[in-house]
Write a protein that binds this ligand. Structure first.
Ligand code: SF4
Ligand code: SF4
Length: 370
């Protein structure tokens, strides 16, 4: 729904400047920003997607976000809207990320070549109704996910205040393209965890693949979140011939070690061709295995491999004695061996800063839409 936006300035001739993400769009009257979801109405900026959801929500394993070291085994009530601050050529969620909302936020439509006849209805929901639904579902965490949540700023702030009162943990699955002002508001409202996509360490990659100017705002957001006490995990999708060299992966791992710390879980994910298909090849096992080894050599405690079977890369090991703490097959545990107070049962190493929250030992995971 249409809702007055936060974090913008009036410019001359009815233009406005938005500071919700690092695109910092200057928007002419009657036009939308790059994300397509913020529109200038007569010199005032509005979001069109406040409380506009693609469904009432779905129940996902938290590992699907992916978050492996945060309330392991929890269910994440997952919600999304439409739009994104990026234009990734490989987007696997392009049908929502590249859609436009109508001015009343009730529908989504495409203006991409070849997609003009596609559309969707959006579910309108109040913050109070969402919280009631989350409580009823029994989920203890809520994830803003699938499209880019940072452009959902006002809705996240308003819902997060209510969710915090119910002790629901709040998760962002994000491209990290935030501004200092927007990050500050998210930190203050109490975001608990974030999976941040660092797609590559080069501006050239971000320009060519994602259509934005630089990786730097992403790195700054990751540092800001981590320094403020938000639990941060990193995802890196490895695309053949784009960001799959030893140098690319070493640079990323070294940056994480130096700036976020060795205990930052880092997920290397296998690419498969999608949307505008920047590479026709899937990521081979050997490349992901190389990434796993480079991450270990760089000193990362918790490298993980996703979207492909890799036994070690699915599991969590004690960084002190290499004892198997969590064995996983897909999103299901094959083994859980951690003390009630998050210590390694083999060597007594204290994992409380590495694995946040209690482990849900039930392995039944649900994937229901409702
Ligand atoms: S959220 Fe980002 S992309 Fe959208 S209008 Fe604001 S600055 Fe532009
Ligand atoms: S940032 Fe994520 S959701 Fe947005 S276009 Fe890129 S891959 Fe898609």
């Amino acid at each position: 729904m249409k809702f007055k936006a936060r974090l913008w300035d009036k410019l001359d001739e009815g233009k406005v400047k938005c500071h919700v993400c690092a695109n910092e769009c200057t928007i002419m009257p009657g036009k939308v920003g790059i994300c397509r979801t913020r529109k200038n109405f007569d010199g005032e900026l509005f979001t069109l997607i406040y409380g506009s959801l693609i469904s009432s929500g779905s129940l996902d394993p938290i590992e699907k976000k992916p978050l492996y070291n945060f309330w392991p085994g929890a269910t994440a009530y997952s919600i999304a809207s439409i739009g994104c601050s990026f234009r990734c050529q490989n987007c696997q969620n392009w049908s929502i990320s590249q859609a436009n909302p109508t001015d009343d936020g009730k529908n989504g439509f495409f203006d991409l070549e070849g997609y003009s006849d596609r559309g969707m209805s959006l579910v309108e929901m109040s913050a109070e109704k969402l919280v009631k639904k989350v409580i009823k579902s029994g989920a203890k965490t809520l994830a803003y996910t699938y499209n880019e949540p940072l452009i959902w700023h006002e809705w996240i702030l308003d819902t997060a205040i209510l969710l915090k009162r119910e002790d629901i943990k709040i998760i962002l699955v994000t491209n990290g393209f935030s501004t200092p002002e927007a990050s500050k508001e998210l930190i203050e409202v109490g975001i608990d965890a974030a999976n941040i996509d660092i797609k590559a360490m080069s501006d050239a990659f971000y320009k060519e693949m994602c259509g934005v100017k630089s990786v730097q705002p992403v790195l700054d957001t990751a540092k800001r979140f981590k320094n403020s006490g938000i639990h941060v995990e990193i995802t890196n999708l490895i695309i053949p011939n784009w960001n799959d060299s030893q140098e690319d992966i070493k640079k990323l791992c070294n940056w994480i070690v130096d700036n976020l710390g060795k205990n930052t879980p880092t997920h290397f994910s296998a690419y498969h061709p999608d949307f505008k298909v920047p590479s026709k090849k899937r990521t081979p096992y050997e490349t992901l295995n190389m990434a796993y080894k480079i991450a270990k050599e760089a000193g990362l405690y918790f490298p993980y491999i996703g979207n492909i079977r890799h036994e070690e890369g699915s599991n969590t090991y004690c960084p002190n004695c290499n004892h198997l703490i969590f064995g996983r097959s897909g999103y299901t545990f094959t083994k859980i061996d951690i003390t009630e107070d998050n210590k390694c049962p083999n060597c007594g190493y204290d994992l409380k800063n590495d694995i946040i929250g209690k482990t849900n030992k039930s392995t039944s995971q649900r994937f229901a839409f409702f």
